[in-house]
Design a protein around this ligand. Structure first.
Ligand code: HPA
Length: 272
């Protein structure tokens, strides 16, 4: 259980190292963390140095914050994120979001790799997330409410901020990047879903499925933060095509569309 004190200690540690405070927090999945390398005048802080910050478990992924300017915006980029399937408690997965809020960040951009449940989708599609379905019973907000962030029972009707969705669609049109829109379902993983689970998700209205994002967005929405979420459809979800799923395919498709995805994000930042 993270207390207000722990969150504030982490935020103070970061703030002391900055000249300018970031305005937009970016949690970049699916290999997009490289965008952090393009931040100008960066202040880089390894997660291991920050009090109470969870540590990355993935080998070769140091895990660090990169804070500076990108497309004229002051951003905080998380290079490396935390997933529930790695063994973190939900409130550890979302600890960085609360630290961002205490730094004064009110806007968050989150990206991920996802499986396509909507048969009209094709691997390589970029999907603006319009809403989500959560399938974990442990909410990151479970436990005593921290009223500095938001109320006990918070509204989720506009968790994916409509004006930011519109901006992303506009950038897509301007840059000739075709975008789809849809509902993202969170499954705990780490196994990919079964074909029966995917048929269930389709019936329930999911267009894409993945193992991240929803905890962070739930926490951001609690604090009234504005959120833009974008999924890269890296594969068709289990059972849709007559072929097995593997992480290799997810990584390969992610790499193929990385430039397109990065252009979209830069474009959105420029008009944020
Ligand atoms: N399921 C869950 N998570 C994913 C998938 C998938 O098919 N593809 C990429 N992340």
């Amino acid at each position: 259980m993270y207390t207000m004190e722990m969150i504030n200690e982490a935020a103070s540690f970061i703030r002391e190292r900055l000249v300018q405070l970031p305005r937009i927090g970016m949690i970049l999945g699916s290999g997009l963390g490289v965008l952090g390398d393009d931040v100008s005048d960066p202040v880089t802080i390894p997660y291991s140095a920050i009090p109470h910050f969870p540590q990355s478990t993935v080998e070769g992924h140091a895990g660090q914050l990169v804070i500076g300017e990108l497309e004229g915006r002051q951003v905080l980029v998380m290079q490396g994120r935390f997933h529930y399937y790695e063994g973190y408690e939900m409130d550890a997965v979302t600890f960085p979001v609360r630290v961002m809020y205490q730094l004064g960040i009110r806007d968050m951009l989150v990206t991920n790799a996802a499986g396509g449940c909507n048969p009209a989708f094709t691997p390589g599609d970029l999907m603006i997330i319009t809403d989500h379905i959560k399938f974990f019973d442990q909410s990151p907000l479970r436990g005593p409410n921290l009223p500095d962030f938001g109320p006990r029972f918070n509204d989720m009707s506009d968790a994916y901020t409509r004006v930011l969705q519109e901006k992303a669609l506009q950038v897509g049109r301007d840059l000739g990047i075709s975008l789809v829109r849809g509902v993202y379902a969170h499954m705990a993983g780490p196994s990919f879903e079964t074909p029966a689970e995917i048929r269930m998700l389709q019936i329930l209205g999911a267009d894409a499925v993945g193992m991240s994002t929803v905890p962070e967005v739930t926490t951001a929405a609690h604090a009234g933060m504005r959120v833009l979420g974008i999924s890269c459809i890296t594969n068709m979800a289990a059972g849709i095509l007559d072929q097995p799923l593997n992480h290799q395919e997810v990584m390969e498709t992610g790499a193929l569309v990385r430039d397109k995805f990065a252009s979209l994000i830069r474009g959105v930042l420029a008009i944020w």
